[in-house]
Each structure stands twice: as structure tokens, then as C-alpha cells.
Design a protein around this ligand. Structure first.
Ligand code: ZN
Length: 151
């Protein structure tokens, strides 16, 4: 995914916090303001040791501004931090860690069947790598496959 696609796919739910402040000034909060997505407010306050400000409207507004920017006007400071400047104002968008995607149900079912047949994953013979996430979607197919490895 390139930066343009990444920005396009962002929703407020992906965002930990946003910053809006004077460009070229200190970013500690003395020349601008950090606003957190409400769902991260409590945890972040605990982490910081002081109460952070939740403001979903601000999160949405800065995200909308980000989406108006051409990708080459956006600085990707790191994978989870984007900045851009509009008219002397510096904006930052900090992305939240995304929860891992659940495996598709058929894979989960296959996994349960495999466990019933083979025991816990750690006890499987490990000289033959078994890919539960990727190539094998069908439970029966997987079970047949695993029978071949039963020691
Ligand atoms: Zn400062």
C-alpha cells in the first residue's frame, strides 16, 4: 500500500491522536494541542500520567484535512505518524496499533479439528511446517493433510 492508498483507507477509528500547532515551534503541546480519539483517552492518560484531551471532532477534522493533501505534501515520519503543514499550521496524525485480524472461520474450524486430532500445536512434529493461516482453507483437506504427519 502506498501513502496515497494508506491515507485514503484511514478512518477516525485508526487514529490514536492528532496534533494541531504552530509550524516550526515546539510540539510538546505548548504551541499547539493534542486531541485523542475518545476510545484511547483513558489508557493514554494512564500511560502519560496526566489526563489527555479526548476530542473526536478534532480527530475527524484533522483526518479530513489530511485527506485533502497530496501524498507528496505529507511527511511519513514513521509508519504510524503523518505530518503536514497548511498555512503555517503543523498537523500530525498518530495512528493507533491495529488489532490483528481474526483468521477466517473455516481456518479456525480447521485449526480446532487439527488440535483435536494432533494435540496442542506445540506438540506437533515440527520438521514439517504446517500453514494454518494461508493455503489450506478447507477443514477436511487440512485433516487429511495432517494425518500424513501423525507420529
Ligand atoms: Zn513545548
Amino acid at each position: 500500500m502506498n501513502l496515497t492508498q494508506k491515507i485514503k483507507a484511514l478512518t477516525p477509528d485508526h487514529i490514536l491522536s492528532v496534533y494541531s500547532g504552530k509550524d516550526g515551534k515546539c510540539c510538546c503541546g505548548c504551541s499547539g494541542k493534542y486531541s485523542y480519539h475518545p476510545k484511547h483517552q483513558a489508557e493514554q492518560s494512564k500511560r502519560n500520567g496526566y489526563e489527555v484531551t479526548a476530542n473526536l471532532n478534532m480527530v475527524k477534522r484533522v483526518l479530513e484535512l489530511l485527506k485533502t493533501q497530496e501524498a507528496d505534501a505529507v511527511d511519513e515520519l514513521s509508519e504510524d505518524q503523518l505530518t503536514f503543514v497548511i498555512g503555517g499550521r503543523l498537523y500530525m496524525v498518530m495512528l493507533a496499533e491495529q488489532p490483528e485480524e481474526e483468521p477466517p472461520p473455516s481456518t479456525m474450524y480447521a485449526y480446532e479439528l487439527a488440535k483435536a486430532l494432533m494435540g496442542e500445536v506445540g506438540s506437533w512434529r515440527d520438521d514439517e511446517p504446517v500453514d494454518l493461516e494461508g493455503t489450506i482453507q478447507q477443514a477436511e483437506e487440512l485433516v487429511e493433510y495432517l494425518k500424513g504427519f501423525r507420529s
